[in-house]
Design a protein around this ligand. Structure first.
Ligand code: OXD
Ligand code: MN
Ligand code: MN
Length: 399
């Protein structure tokens, strides 16, 4: 008897196994999908991140948005792609033709030629190095490259006097600041800051703080510490008092920048016409809250110790109690989660989301999410008030 005919490899890609996708996967906004820290297609997501960074460094905003959406889509996908999987990926909103073609290349060859070319490209790798200096954005990185600089040493020796004070600090402590911070140490830094806030205000009842950023999304190692804090009655100008107290005790070695505009406005988010100024200000975390961007001593080399100081980056963000929920939401999600949250509220409700408060565009009124007892209650009230299903912080890793 003759053997049954086996299907050939060529036909397989046309027939990927039909697997049911979770219903939420076709939601348009990344803030309404579950996105884990590490996904089944992580190497492909990482490769796309390299291309996205290249778009960022060349000032291609449209490209950055397209790749950001695609990365969020890949990261939300619940299983590893197999041959032909580009058609499955195409079902997640925000994925364009270009990225489905990249996935096809990836599945067929296990690589992306564009990424390999970038890693060999001197301009890209040099601009990436300079962009990693704290305070250096894409245009300065490019400028330094065009000046002929290729190493950090070049910049130090030939451009030092033309760097801003912040960039000088970023360059001086480049190695320290680039080193990731383990979870235990992030938590310890949070305790040091919380304790100081309690000491300089009316006791423990008023102060609430939550460490947000990548730490809250579950990262084992963080780039910095992002701590959100409020005080029931003394939040105003706390940013200044707390920063000074931490400087006096030696924990803070450098203040990169400090912003007190929320205190100065008396706790209101800015007028709508100010929107452009805030959102175009260039760095991702821009919002209307009081904040202090700092360099700290690591608790492994505390004040008074003889060891060579290890420096850590810490952001302290202070909100009025009425904005504690929006501050936590705004400082927890990945960049695309936050971008899509703003799009969703604009399109569905006519609201403008800011970590310092949500404003109804039609009336100019601040949306009231109600009273809270705990940080979790404050955050859940924002999701509820925005008409959104709760998403755990660990599932807001959109990149
Ligand atoms: C970090 C983050 O790593 O917030 O600092 O994601
Ligand atoms: Mn961070
Ligand atoms: Mn930060």
């Amino acid at each position: 008897p003759s053997l049954p005919t086996l299907s050939t490899d060529e036909t397989y890609p046309e027939q990927p196994p039909a697997r049911p996708l979770p219903e939420w996967i076709s939601n348009k906004y990344a803030c309404e999908r579950q996105t884990p820290l590490v996904c089944p297609n992580q190497p492909f997501a990482d490769a796309l991140s390299t291309i996205k960074l290249a778009r960022e460094l060349s000032g291609d905003r449209v490209g950055v948005r397209a790749y950001a959406s695609a990365i969020a889509a890949v990261k939300t996908f619940p299983w590893a792609f197999e041959q032909g999987g580009e058609r499955e990926l195409g079902k997640v909103p925000g994925v364009g033709k270009k990225v489905t073609m990249l996935l096809r290349e990836w599945l067929q060859t296990g690589r992306l030629t564009e990424v390999e070319a970038l890693e060999k490209d001197e301009e890209f790798t040099t601009c990436r190095l300079f962009w990693n200096i704290w305070g250096v954005g894409p245009s300065t990185a490019k400028h330094l490259y065009q000046q002929g600089f290729r190493t950090l040493e070049d910049v130090k020796l030939q451009y030092w006097g033309r760097l801003t004070r912040e960039q000088q600090i970023g360059l001086k402590y480049f190695d320290d600041i680039g080193m990731r911070i383990p979870r235990d140490e992030v938590a310890e830094l949070g305790r040091i800051i919380q304790t100081m806030a309690v000491q300089i205000t009316d006791g423990g009842n008023g102060v609430h703080s939550v460490i947000c950023g990548g730490y809250r999304r579950g990262k084992e190692m963080s780039g910095d510490v992002d701590i959100i804090m409020t005080h029931r009655t003394q939040w105003q100008h706390l940013v200044q008092r707390l920063t000074e107290a931490l400087e006096k005790t030696g924990w803070v070695t450098h203040v990169l920048s400090i912003s007190k505009s929320m205190s100065e406005r008396g706790g209101h988010p800015p007028e709508l016409h100010a929107e452009k100024g805030i959102w175009q200000s260039g760095w991702g975390g821009a919002d209307s809250l009081d904040k202090s961007l700092l360099v700290f001593r690591s608790p492994t080399t505390p004040p008074g110790s003889e060891a060579k100081i290890l420096h850590r980056r810490v952001d302290i963000i202070i909100s009025p109690p009425s904005a504690f929920g929006t501050a936590i939401v705004g400082w927890t999600g990945g960049t695309t989660f936050e971008r899509d949250l703003r799009r969703l509220l604009k399109e569905r409700k006519g609201w403008r989301f800011d970590s310092g408060g949500v404003v109804d565009r039609a009336t100019g009124h601040v949306v009231d999410f109600g009273e809270w007892e705990t940080a979790e209650e404050a955050e859940r009230a924002v999701f509820r008030g925005c008409g959104m299903e709760w998403i755990d912080p660990e599932l807001r890793n959109t990149g």
